[in-house]
Structures are given as C-alpha cells and as structure tokens.
Design a protein around this ligand. Structure first.
Ligand SMILES: [Fe+2]
Length: 273
C-alpha cells in the first residue's frame, strides 16, 4: 500500500511538472528582415548567406526563424522572370537553414503586380497566417493590407473573437514608425493600436526601417529588426545600425532580444562588387 502511494506520488509530480513545462515553455527563435536580394550577385546576398550559416550554429538553439519581408528589391518595372529568379535565390539560400522558416512579405515584394504576388504565395506561402506556439498565438500579417474592413482584418477579427491567449504580431511595416514617411496613415495607426491593445497583443516585430530599435508604446512593445542585406540606416539613440539577425526569447510577458551583428570579409566584399 505504502509502495503504491509512493508510485502515485511520483507519477503525480512528473505529470504536474510536464504540464507546467508544456504550458509555460519559453519561446526561442531568431528573426531577420529586409534582405533586398536582386537577381544579380550583391553584397546583400553574401550577408544573407552568412546569417543562415551563423543561425545554423547558433548556440541559443532557436526553434524556428522568421523573415519579416522585403526579400526582393528590383525596379518596379522588372520582368516577372527577374522577380521569379530572385524569389528562387531566396529559397535556395534559406533552404540551407536547419530549422523551420516563416516568411512574410514586405512592400517591395508586393509592388510587382498580381502575378508576382501569386509567385510569392505559391513559392513562399500565404500572405497572412497564424501559428500556435506554447501559450502564444503568433500572427503573421501583410502590412500592405491592414486597413479596417480589409479582407485580412476581417479574417483577424474572427480569430480574435475566439482567442483569448497572448498574441505576438509580425508585420513588415512598424505600427509606430520612427520615420514618419514610413508610417501608416493616422486612421490605420489608431485602428490597429486600439485593435491590438484590446486583443492582448503585447509585442510586435517589424522591419522596414533598416535599423534595430525597440520601444514600448503604452501596453505594446514594438521591436524593429535591422537589415539583413538592404542598406543599413542610422538608428535612433539606443538602437543599432548593422547588418544583423536577432535572437528572441519570450517567457510570460518578458521579451528579450539580442542583436547579432553579421559582417562580411573584405574578400567577400571585393568578390561581390
Ligand atoms: Fe526594406
């Protein structure tokens, strides 16, 4: 009897700690943005390759990677073949990653018309989607279409109606832009801010500005990730201007982001010029 009680006690303990672990598992991932690849060889391409190599041996053991868009940078009137080739280049470079990669589109990826947008969706994936990870709902958005009543926002409203968990948003353009010319119009900004706050979004990851900068706006922490190939721009005080990827750890409401600068050697620079 005593032995049976002991076994029951240990089973209960093991089950309890397993439940705690699965419910409160820390999120651990890497994130990069704004590769700005072309169909010709560029320094940006070497930077992205170096980022993938670094992530593959990253000692933080990330579970997955996120790319926040602007994969492609071509003249607006570039042919579909050039766009297609550049998307293939992205897939060939990132195909060497040994963890899953979730990619969203940026403004440059979606400025080449409907056929290009279809190529993006066929080869890379949907323009908006969600993922459940541990206690969090991850929401990946197309920031080119976030106006109230747009198809995407109607889809998101339905999801928010059913889901009460903590939410993390990924979208190329920041909700609170540092440079005003990079922001949404005032109505969309206010709508998204209210909508996200009301629905338990506590952190937003964006790119678009080509520097790293994090800032809390009322209840939402916004983290802007720097460039992984596009021109690096000067960051505001407390930010970081470098080619980079970031390590992210999230536990409860605590978000920890570490910038990992990635450089290229002089030899690589000469080779790609
Ligand atoms: Fe960009």
């Amino acid at each position: 009897m005593r032995f049976a009680c002991l076994v029951m006690f240990f089973l209960f303990q093991a089950g309890f700690s397993f439940c705690l672990e699965t419910q409160n598992k820390e999120l651990n991932f890497v994130i990069f943005s704004d590769c700005h690849l072309k169909d010709t060889t560029t320094i940006g391409e070497t930077i992205l390759k170096n980022i993938i190599d670094r992530v593959n041996v990253d000692e933080s053991n990330p579970e997955f990677a996120v790319c926040l868009g602007d994969i492609v940078e071509l003249p607006k009137n570039a042919s579909i073949q050039r766009y297609d080739r550049t998307i293939d280049k992205y897939l060939s470079i990132t195909g060497r990653l040994n963890i899953p990669l979730h990619t969203i589109a940026g403004n440059h990826d979606l400025e080449h018309g409907e056929i290009a947008s279809k190529i993006f969706q066929e080869k890379i994936g949907p323009l908006f989607f969600t993922l459940q990870k541990s206690e969090y709902l991850l929401i990946f958005l197309n920031s080119e279409s976030v106006e109230k009543n747009s198809e995407q926002m109607q889809w998101l409203e339905k999801i928010f109606r059913k889901s009460k968990e903590k939410k993390i948003v990924f979208m190329h353009k920041p909700l609170f832009a540092v440079h005003l010319f990079k922001s949404f119009n005032i109505f969309t900004t206010q709508y998204l801010k209210d909508f996200f706050e009301k629905n338990n979004v506590f952190v937003i990851f964006s790119g678009h500005e080509h520097f790293f900068y994090q800032q809390k706006y009322n209840r939402i922490l916004q983290i802007i990730i720097g460039s992984s190939g596009g021109n690096v721009r000067p960051a505001p005080e407390g930010g970081n201007s470098s080619f980079q990827y970031c390590r992210v750890k999230i536990s409860g409401n605590k978000v920890n982001v570490e910038v990992v600068p990635v450089e290229i050697s002089q030899k690589e620079e000469i080779f790609t010029k």
